[in-house]
Design a protein around this ligand. Structure first.
Ligand SMILES: Cc1cc2nc3c(=O)[nH]c(=O)nc-3n(C[C@H](O)[C@H](O)[C@H](O)COP(=O)(O)OP(=O)(O)OC[C@H]3O[C@@H](n4cnc5c(N)ncnc54)[C@H](O)[C@@H]3O)c2cc1C
Length: 379
């Protein structure tokens, strides 16, 4: 491929010179940042630099849950974080989902608000009374945030209804839903094109050198300059910025063969959210298992491991689809960005460079909002 300095006059003037805002990373957050900058600056030259031919992090690899918190997750968060932070994060997830809802018609991204269940295995039933007590408090907080009452309830019928094995019941969240992650990306690309935002795919940013008036961006095709820069590389932030507050966290996913007529009533979390599953196009989509090998999964390498894939397959056969003749048709991995705090980092690292990273497993929900906040910061 040609280096940037070998491009034609037309290419340079239209695409690579006079950039007002460059955004490194073309995931949900990078796209939302670019779109919001366009709302603020109708005439600015805004360029997304994405190293993959398609976004290559988490935004096109996730499970497509439109979720903001389950009972066991909230109970666990309250043990590790202060109350205000827990509910602020829930509120951010809820508001982010509303943004997604506003930006994309439900039918375009297949948004279905079918509800979710946080499953309790038969050998975990001793946890139910304490969690049920906490549920009243959770419902009050969710009502304060969303305006909807009785978000959570304990459902003892779900295992029978869905045909699960070894499950006592599940804490139902009536406000959560699911989307088609691929359709969200396709619809986002359309918005970027309509907004006149330039996307340069296959461009990997190697280093960033912020100056007083512009930022020098060293890439695999040579140098670019931009007035301001947004870094939205999430799980790759440690690699690019050497920022130790963000660790990569790989997550692996399988999708089963087709089962005619198969459809689950909503999305499911299992074992405190370490596993998650849903149906898609008469198939089961199942992910998780990072807890089996936290250190091995702290990586930016896209790979599936037999330890995790075999565990997911066993869960599929033994618990979710007992007795069904089903195999794995698809498997992949995605890279998230996590840290000691379960909240995103949106801040300046230089007066001309802002970052919006550390989305954890919440980026589908909060990504649009984080992009907006980063754009506001940089304006
Ligand atoms: C398996 C899985 C399941 C998940 N399920 C859910 C879910 O159900 N609900 C939910 O809310 N969240 C979920 N998440 C998390 C969610 O997908 C992420 O939080 C979100 O996609 C992060 O978006 P992002 O734009 O910050 O990062 P990314 O999507 O990772 O985008 C970063 C982009 O930066 C690019 N990049 C990196 N380095 C460079 C560089 N040097 N130069 C140029 N480009 C670069 C990458 O190629 C990538 O496209 C899940 C994640 C995974 C992996």
């Amino acid at each position: 491929m040609l280096q940037f300095d070998e491009l034609s006059y037309w290419e340079k003037t239209a695409l690579t010179e006079g950039i007002d805002y460059a955004i490194v990373g073309g995931g949900i957050v990078g796209i939302a940042t670019a779109l919001h900058l366009r709302e603020i600056y109708p005439n600015a030259k805004i360029v997304i630099l994405e190293r993959g031919y398609v976004s290559t992090g988490a935004s096109t690899k996730n499970a497509g849950f439109a979720c903001f918190g389950s009972v066991t997750e909230l109970a666990d968060d309250l043990k590790k974080m202060d109350e205000t932070s827990v509910w602020n994060t829930v509120e951010m997830r809820w508001r982010g989902l509303q943004r997604l809802h506003e930006r994309f018609p439900d039918s375009v991204i297949d948004l279905q608000l079918k509800g979710s269940w946080d499953l309790i295995a038969s050998d975990e039933t001793k946890t139910v009374p304490e969690l049920s007590d906490q549920m009243q408090y959770f419902n009050a907080e969710i009502e304060r945030i969303t305006g909807f009452s009785s978000c959570f309830s304990y459902d003892t019928t779900i295992a029978e209804k869905a045909g699960f094995n070894g499950i006592n019941g599940g804490f139902h969240n009536k406000l959560e839903g699911e989307i088609h992650t691929g359709k969200l990306l396709a619809a986002s690309n359309l918005l970027l094109a309509k907004a006149g935002i330039i996307c340069l795919f296959g461009v990997e940013v190697k280093t960033i050198q912020p100056g007083e008036n512009e930022v020098l961006i060293e890439t695999n095709y040579g140098e670019l300059k931009s007035g301001k820069l947004a870094v939205t590389v999430n799980g790759f932030a440690q690699k690019l910025l050497n920022d130790q507050r963000i660790q990569p966290a790989r997550a692996q996913v399988i999708v089963s063969s087709k089962m005619p007529g198969f459809e689950l009533p909503g999305t499911f979390h299992y074992q405190q959210g370490y596993y998650y599953f849903r149906s898609i196009d008469n198939r089961l989509l199942l992910g998780g298992g990072r807890n089996l090998d936290f250190s091995g999964e702290t990586t930016t390498e896209f790979e599936n491991t037999s330890l995790i894939i075999n565990t997911l397959e066993a869960l599929m056969h033994n618990v979710i689809l007992p007795g069904k003749d089903v195999t794995i048709d698809y498997k992949w991995s995605g890279i998230m960005g996590v840290g000691t705090e379960k909240k995103p980092l949106i801040e300046f690292i230089h007066p001309n460079v802002g970052i919006g990273v550390r989305m954890g497993g919440m980026g589908v929900a909060i990504g649009s909002l984080v992009g907006e906040e980063l754009a506001e910061l940089l304006k």
